[in-house]
Design a protein around this ligand. Structure first.
Ligand code: ADP
Ligand code: ZN
Ligand code: ZN
Length: 747
């Protein structure tokens, strides 16, 4: 219970502008009884009419003199528990991630929209399946890929939502019109509650679970029935049947009249996945994603609140859907960085789900083929029950992986970006008309510097992270600010080939055309996926065999199945290894494991070739042998030695300012403040920095960053509170301060 004499209250939280609180005095008889999230009665406006409001904060800081304060009239009991929970959640996020209450509230509450029942269109197949098939065959012969896509789906489902076809299937209105004119389909409008996906699909029962799968389901559900609300981690390779387990758990929950939140990273939220849920649970499933309009989002909230939904599927924001009786939160691919919010409050969906599950007395299930260090560490510590699934249920072996030492290639005179082995294999696949994926393990910011002869990477002497190359021949550490001139020669072998590594996908494409003149290449990177649909477009045209090779950055290795792909080449595995943050090893392992998993998903066996300058690095070796447990043991040692999460906790403080000197000065002040505070507490904690952030300037705003590390998370939130208090005493015009707890990316 928060002590304080004043309550800051929001009058109408479903209003578009939740950014205004009103302060009321807490009367003697209610002192100590009021806390954030409570619904209270307050006199409002000139006539002092009693209205309901929600307590956002209890504080001792008066906003205006006592004699002018109105008093809280009373506590409303048992009303609108959903709002109360949402406010509690927002308060928790504010406390644990650093944010204003308003920003936290805006994250957890929907913005109310005028309820206009939108008109929706649907596409209905007019011909019987056989005839549709023959039209489909014709389209394929005529290379009408888009028409073929719709018809393929219409052979399976008689009716499809219009948005789904134009969106996920990427078919233009003109194409649909033409099919309509051919008399193959009809396009009709329908008025209904805005459900973003409505499939009148035949319901399908689940598969008979394997013993391992059934064990998980039975364990989780029987714990639940005994009143044990726990958190579980399912470590299961891709294709081991995790999704089928999720479906059976959700089924169990629905039978118990509970609702479920199914979190899936947006990039993995494919049409096929959605269909699987719709087939199982029909109309009582809905989806949340970034393509929904604000109105559609609000409708999903309303439907959930009114008990019209059992399941919501979506990325991290789906956590905030207000179910009256939440039973289960599932988080698939829990290791994905997209679960961490990039704006204030920078919450992590995993931890937030944990808190929410506790608050709602719900069960939490995480799943991943390559669990985050956080989750696995949690499992080792006993805070998650661990289940393992290690067989692919549809047969198909894991790919054979070989590591190619690029230093040896250079030594034997091969200066191409393709090793000899990779070239041979590519030639072979071209002949066999099988497909390949070439993966450039890179995200596209500041390059590191390495020696092409021995693989040595220039690192910061204080931080064990690689130095970033800056213009003017400078090398900079983004953790502590250490700087040095780029040496002329490699410090270990004296080779002059000490170069920044910045090979791009475009360059690879050119090299491919040079080496294999007839090759058909599709490229997928930040440049080719600017527009909204281009991502799906590239994937579906590759799936339809319109190219031999898909070349791309990290976005191509996530969760897509291409049965005809039998070769995956990772061009320079070290690229992500040299990202300048402590998660580089983990990210590399995950990406390489995922990349290798792309090969041989169909009936033909797959091969993966990992080219690297660091063939001895444990992330690469363990990914090649696809041994997660071994990788974890090495990686956690490194985290423990460096006091990095999850062995300890870390808070990044980002100071931004349009004026460089002012930003830097404030960052220094905050660093001193944090150092003194942590010294006072005599804690085992440390403060590092300040330094220029890894992206030192964005849109002419300068960025500085400081890190605090501590074993106790609470210590970090105390530092945060201290900084917030200090900031309140300043008059800041240009500077802004943000917090990032246990960051997943360097700021
Ligand atoms: P994951 O989510 O771990 O990738 P899925 O649940 O998608 O795994 O299952 C992979 C494949 O195995 C799917 O094609 C699915 O239909 C099939 N599968 C899953 N469970 C079973 C089962 N008990 N019996 C037969 N096939 C199964
Ligand atoms: Zn450093
Ligand atoms: Zn060298």
């Amino acid at each position: 219970m928060t002590q304080g004499r004043y309550a800051n209250i929001i009058i109408d939280i479903s209003h578009e502008k939740v950014d205004r609180t009103f302060q009321y005095k807490i009367p003697k008889e209610l002192e100590g009884k009021i806390e954030a999230g409570m619904c209270v009665q307050i006199p409002f406006g000139a006539g002092n009419r009693l209205r309901q409001g929600y307590v956002i904060e209890v504080t001792d800081q008066a906003e205006f003199p006592d004699e002018k304060q109105k008093e809280v009239a009373g506590i409303v009991t048992g009303s609108m528990p959903v709002e109360t929970d949402a406010i509690k959640l927002a308060a928790w996020m504010k406390e644990n991630y650093g944010s204003t209450m308003i920003a936290a509230l805006k994250t957890v509450l929907p913005v109310k929209q005028t309820m206009k029942h939108k008109e929706k269109k649907k596409i209905t197949r007019l011909l019987p399946v056989e005839e549709t098939r023959s039209v489909l065959g014709e389209c394929i012969r005529k290379h009408q890929a888009a028409k073929a896509r719709v018809l393929t789906e219409l052979c399976k489902e008689p009716v499809l939502p219009y948005e789904l076809v134009t969106g996920r299937l990427n078919v233009t209105a003109a194409t649909l019109k033409s099919l309509q004119n051919q008399g193959v389909i009809s396009i009709e409008s329908e008025n209904y509650y805005r459900n973003p996906v409505k499939l009148e699909t035949a319901r399908e029962a689940g598969l008979v679970l394997s013993k391992e799968q059934a064990d998980i389901r039975d364990n989780v559900l029987s714990d639940f029935d005994q009143g044990k609300r726990k958190a579980y981690l399912i470590h299961g390779i891709t294709g081991s049947g995790k999704t089928e387990v999720y479906l059976s758990l959700i089924e169990g929950m629905i039978r118990r009249k509970k609702q479920c939140i199914m979190l899936i990273p947006e990039i993995a939220l494919t049409y096929q996945t959605l269909l699987r849920f719709y087939k199982r649970f029909g109309d009582r499933v809905s989806v949340m994603n970034s393509t929904l309009s604000a109105g559609e989002k609000f409708d999903q909230w309303e439907r959930a609140r009114k008990g019209e939904l059992d399941v919501i599927i979506g990325p991290r924001s789906a956590l905030f859907v207000p179910f009256p009786d939440l039973g289960l939160i599932i988080m698939d691919e829990e290791h994905e960085n997209s679960y961490k919010s990039e704006t204030m409050p920078r919450y992590h969906a995993r931890e937030t789900a944990r808190y929410l599950a506790k608050m709602k007395k719900a069960t939490l299930v995480l799943g991943s083929a390559t669990p985050s260090l956080e989750a696995y560490y949690g499992a080792k510590q006993g805070s998650y029950d661990l289940f393992t699934l290690n067989k692919r249920l549809t047969g198909g072996d894991l790919a054979t992986v070989s590591i190619i030492d690029l230093r040896q290639e250079l030594k034997s005179g091969n200066r191409s970006i393709f090793s000899r082995k990779l070239q041979e294999l590519m030639e072979d696949r071209l002949q066999k008309k099988e497909q390949m994926i070439l993966f450039l393990n890179r995200r596209g910011y500041a390059g590191f510097v390495s020696c092409r002869a021995c693989g040595y990477v220039m690192k910061c002497p204080h931080c064990d992270v690689s130095l970033s190359q800056h213009i003017g021949g400078k090398l900079v550490c983004h953790y502590c600010g250490y700087e040095m001139r780029q040496p002329e020669k490699c410090p270990t072998c004296s080779s002059p080939y000490l170069l920044g590594f910045k090979a791009g996908t475009q360059q690879i494409e050119q090299q491919l055309y040079k080496r294999f003149p007839d090759i058909r290449v599709l490229r997928m990177d930040g440049d080719t996926t600017r527009t909204k649909d281009s991502y799906q477009k590239i994937l579906s045209s590759f799936a339809e065999g319109e190219a031999d090779v898909l070349v791309g950055t990290q976005m191509i290795v996530k969760g897509h199945d291409f049965p005809n792909v039998t070769l995956v080449g990772v061009l320079a595995a070290d690229l992500s290894l040299n990202d300048n943050d402590y998660r580089a090893g983990e990210r590399t392992f995950q990406l390489l494991t995922q990349a290798a998993g792309r090969a041989g998903r169909g009936r033909k066996p797959g091969v993966a070739v990992i080219q690297t300058y660091q063939p001895d690095h444990y992330s690469i070796i363990k990914a090649a042998s696809q041994n997660y447990e071994d990788f974890y043991e090495e990686e956690i040692l490194y985290r423990e030695l460096g006091s990095y999460p999850p062995a300890a906790h870390m808070m990044a403080v980002l100071v931004t300012s349009a004026r460089e000197e002012r930003g830097e000065k404030l960052a220094r002040q905050l660093t001193v403040l944090a150092k003194n505070f942590l010294k006072e507490g005599k804690a085992k904690a440390s403060v590092i920095g300040p330094a220029k952030a890894s992206i030192g300037k964005i849109n002419d705003i300068y960025r500085f960053v400081m890190y605090c590390k501590a074993f106790d998370y609470g210590q970090l939130t105390s530092v945060k509170d201290k900084i917030e208090q200090y900031l309140e005493t300043l008059v800041l015009k240009e500077e802004n301060v943000q917090f990032d707890f246990d960051p997943v990316d360097s700021l």
